[in-house]
Ligand binder design. Structure first.
Ligand code: GDP
Ligand code: IMO
Ligand code: MG
Length: 421
């Protein structure tokens, strides 16, 4: 009986989960998404091409793989259909490799409108949502109003859609947010029809059966731990459990069936959207991280905020996820830096703490440890042993601080630019 290994982002998303899943997939038969939806943008680079996936697991390019969209995911049929069409145009056999949970919830056109209305009403205090309708869809899920993939074949689907839409329109009137959904709604129903040609399944049974039959399985997280609905920087978070625990509820696997937990982090930090970011840089160094790292959102194109690595937040994420191995991304972005800083504690109102606090307020000041830069192109090296001492000092400091080994180091966006220790 196999266990599910898990890949999770430990920061505020965009750590490089797509690349890592793509690198790890040769060792896995099944790749499963367990939460989030089209707010995710996972980039993969190989054979000189770049792909961005939103709802489909990053194993889809590998022959013989089984890719599951789990019950914890929320699906926009328009976005998913566009994603499928793009892959099929590139010759990927999506139909043969994709399984969709009947229990995954549907993002309605009106969910997107409510997301936009809610953000507009918040004004300066907006979350900075990707406006894909994620929050309103999970609200309807927990509010027990939602529509699920399994419902699309019901003869009452149209009627149920109409009832929920009416409810939403009432809410939009309260927001005084008029919308014309005609075009999107047409594409939405076309998307629904398109999804009927896929295998819509009871994924919890399939997932457990595949494990019982000794198939290897990797769960692919979306967003990051600091965007988790419970443990992230609330309310500036997404609406799902992005943590390891989300694998159990989002796929229907028992906690005892969780295997390795791979925690991914960038060698620095980024965040897109609003909310606290203790180590954010507003200076030229922040600009350099953004420019060299091409830090622009894969979903919205927004410029990502950049800052130094935050060990307080990282250790917190490792704790709540039970991370067993670390994977460090994008070290190459700092190849030319003279000095590199890492926050090891926060000073709050004259008190120093290394515990991530309930709330992050204006009087927080990160306490930094400084490192000498490695000043060379990390892509030159074929193994960990060959890396320059200054770089190894950085990696080994992180290992000592966290107590978790750094197993993989990524030094470029391509599949091949990866060092496994
Ligand atoms: P995800 O959402 O976690 O899958 O991450 P994104 O795809 O949104 O953002 C990560 C970005 O960094 C993508 O453009 C990747 O191609 C790129 N990337 C991943 N790993 C590396 C790396 O080691 N070095 C560099 N320079 N870029 C990387
Ligand atoms: P991947 O999987 C980075 C952020 C948004 C916003 C907040 C809430 O590519 O790492 P939502 O649309 O969920 O209501 O937005 O969460 N956010 C992400 N940031 N990467 C993501 O996904 C994100 N998904 C949501 O910017 O601040
Ligand atoms: Mg992303």
């Amino acid at each position: 009986m196999k266990k599910v290994d898990v890949v999770l982002g430990l920061q505020w998303g965009d750590e490089g989960k797509g690349k890592v899943v793509d690198v790890l997939t040769p060792a896995y038969r099944v790749i499963a998404r367990f939460q989030g939806g089209p707010n995710a943008g996972h980039s993969l680079h190989f054979e000189g091409k770049k792909y961005v996936l939103h709802t489909i697991p990053s194993g889809i390019f590998r022959d013989g793989s089984v890719n599951v969209i789990g019950n914890g995911v929320v699906i926009d049929p328009v976005i998913l259909s566009e994603e499928i069409a793009g892959l099929e145009a590139d010759g990927v056999d999506v139909q043969g490799k994709l399984l969709i949970s009947k229990k995954a919830h549907l993002i309605l056109p009106t969910h997107r409108a409510i997301d936009a209305a809610s953000e507009a009403a918040k004004g300066k205090t907006k979350i900075g949502s990707t406006l894909k309708g994620i929050g309103p869809t999970y609200m309807d899920k927990t509010g027990r109003n939602g529509l699920r993939i399994g419902d699309i074949v019901s003869p009452e689907f149209g009627e149920r859609y109409g009832r929920l839409k009416e409810k939403h329109l009432g809410l939009l009137r309260q927001y005084d947010y008029p919308v014309d959904l005609t075009d999107y709604e047409k594409k939405w129903f076309e998307g629904i029809e398109n999804l009927k040609r896929f295998r819509l399944i009871d994924s919890e049974h399939a997932v457990n059966r595949l494990l019982d039959e000794d198939n290897t399985m990797l769960a692919e997280g979306a967003q990051g731990s600091m965007l988790d609905i419970d443990f992230g920087t609330y309310p500036f978070v997404t609406s799902s459990n992005t943590l390891c625990a989300g694998v159990c509820t989002g796929l229907g696997v028992a906690p005892s069936r969780i295997g390795n937990v791979y925690g991914i982090f960038k060698a620095y930090c980024t965040r897109v959207g609003s909310g606290p970011f203790p180590t954010e840089l507003f200076d030229e160094t922040g600009e350099r991280l953004c420019d060299i790292g091409h830090e622009f959102g894969a979903v919205t194109g927004r410029r990502r905020r950049c800052g130094w690595l935050d060990m307080v937040a990282l250790k917190y994420s490792i704790m709540v996820n039970g991370v067993t191995q670390l994977i460090m991304m994008k070290s190459d972005v700092m190849n030319d830096f003279d000095t590199i800083r890492v926050a090891t504690a926060y000073e709050i109102g004259g008190r120093t703490t290394s515990e991530f606090p309930y709330e992050i307020t204006g009087d927080l000041r990160p306490v930094y440890t400084e490192f000498e830069g490695w000043k060379c192109d990390l892509r030159r090296y074929g193994s960990y042993e060959e890396f320059p001492e200054a770089f190894k000092r950085y990696v080994e400091f992180i290992e000592r601080q966290t107590g978790v080994p750094v197993k993989i180091i990524s030094v470029g966006p391509d599949r091949g630019e990866t060092i496994v220790r």
